[in-house]
Design a protein around this ligand. Structure first.
Ligand SMILES: Cc1ncc(COP(=O)(O)O)c(C=O)c1O
Length: 426
């Protein structure tokens, strides 16, 4: 069957960004039977034994409780399972001195769906036909934002400024406030903090400045906190989560060990929550309740935030240190390579300035030596202008083992040396 597709059908029946690359990676792994690849492309979190045990214990408790039937044999409210809403409210009010009520919280099936609702409720065409933009203040950012708007032209990303430490081969992106425009044509603003793919953490001041730009126009500022404290707490630098005003704070339990259960949480102003909740009712009625019920237990007991700080964060932070020290020891000192400062998330982001080939070709070269990374150009959704930098970066996942990371970075260093040397000769 080959049905005619609508505009939305066209848009949604294609994979965008990293999901399209994943197809090539899966085919490479399949075709390379018998060949050992070091796969540094994964975004799937590591199954950490302590984290798995936490979810097993919460499940055993749920199974043994009279609540079980109520959880899985009944429909519930669109807003979410009440004990989970209550646990989030209590935890965040206590932890951050907030005054949240139930009406400020919405549970969604994964945070990706939350961003889909928000992108289409706030940005796109208004009833008058006017185009409202979804602004990404600092590109590169999460590739998944590239596919969430039903009106792709609504997406508008801004080039950052670069803070470069030449001697130490490090760099950091900063929002370019001289360019960034958030005004009556903006429908919403979105960014991840900590950022996938770069590990960047916008400072508290930068976040406030961005949210303040949108406040006079009532523009929702969506802060995607998939890696933020209190869970999964994948910040390696100090940061304070922000709430209130025009901020929609988006949480995800995926990197806290529950990606299969699909749990996202929005914390925002009551009116914004009502809009997103209606979107959800129309789409899927409500999120599955089993995952919500075990999450309620893990949050209410304090176990989730504790395990995030004592197990999840140290695991990935150690991996970043291994990657960083291996690169420092093995990358050629005289070449312009720059590692983004590792401030959080589960990835490292490497910029190879003046790379004499595209990031896609470099990705293919690394495959030849058994290393798979993700070419960086997929992480610039909404950035329309040409920029050589877009084709000079790669994302390296910290989900591999320490040995794999060491060997992978040594092979990467050799390949870097070889491609720059070949370009110098020819
Ligand atoms: C920055 C960011 N936001 C959102 C998501 C989607 O997460 P979820 O599993 O909650 O839908 C991801 C997934 O990797 C992510 O990296």
């Amino acid at each position: 069957m080959n049905p005619a597709l609508t505009q939305f059908g066209e848009q949604m029946s294609h994979l965008t960004g990293v999901r399209a690359i994943m197809k090539d990676i899966i085919e490479t792994l399949r075709a390379g039977e018998g060949r050992e690849f070091i796969n540094l492309s994964a975004g799937n979190p590591v199954i950490l034994p302590e984290v798995e045990q936490l979810w097993r214990d919460c499940t055993a408790e749920l199974l043994a409780s009279p609540e079980y039937g109520e959880v899985v044999c009944r429909y519930g409210s669109s807003q979410g399972y009440q004990p989970l809403i209550e646990a989030v409210k209590q935890d965040f009010n206590r932890r951050y001195g907030l005054n949240l009520s139930d009406r400020n919280i919405l549970i969604t099936p994964g945070s990706q769906s939350l961003y889909f609702y928000a992108a289409n409720a706030f940005a796109g065409r208004t009833t008058d036909g006017e185009l409202k933009r979804m602004v990404m203040p600092l590109s590169p950012d999460y590739t998944g934002y590239g596919g969430i708007s039903l009106v792709p032209e609504a997406l508008l990303a801004y080039k950052p400024t670069l803070e470069i430490d030449e001697a130490r081969h490090r760099f950091k992106y900063r929002p370019d406030f001289n360019q960034l425009a958030i005004d009556e044509n903006t429908g919403c603003v979105i960014f991840s903090r900590p950022c996938n793919p770069t590990g960047n953490v916008l400072t508290d001041e930068e976040l406030k400045k961005i949210a303040d730009l949108g406040a006079p126009y009532d523009v929702p500022t969506i802060v995607d906190s998939a890696y933020a404290p209190p869970f999964p707490a994948l910040n390696f630098t100090e940061m304070t989560p922000a709430f209130g005003g025009n901020i929609i704070h988006g949480l995800s339990l995926s990197k806290a060990g529950l990606p299969g259960e699909r749990i996202g949480i929005a914390i925002a102003d009551e009116r914004a929550i009502q809009i997103l909740e209606s979107f959800q009712t129309n789409l899927c009625i409500h999120s599955p309740r089993y995952g919500q019920a075990i999450a309620a237990r893990a949050i209410a007991s304090g176990s989730l935030s504790e395990i995030a700080e004592t197990v999840i964060r140290p695991h990935y932070q150690e991996k970043f240190v291994i990657l960083e020290s291996t690169l420092d020891a093995s990358m050629p000192k005289d070449l312009p390579w720059f590692l983004h400062r590792g401030e959080g998330a589960i990835f490292a982001w490497l910029w190879l300035k003046d790379l004499p080939m595209s990031d896609w070709e470099f990705y293919q070269k690394l495959k030849e030596v058994g290393v798979i990374v993700v070419p960086g150009s997929t992480f610039f959704p909404g950035l329309r202008e040409e920029w050589a930098h877009k084709h000079q970066c790669i994302r390296i996942s910290l989900t591999a083992s320490a040995d794999e990371l060491r060997t992978g970075m040594q092979r990467l260093a050799k390949m870097t040396e070889s491609v720059y040397a070949r370009a110098a000769v020819s």
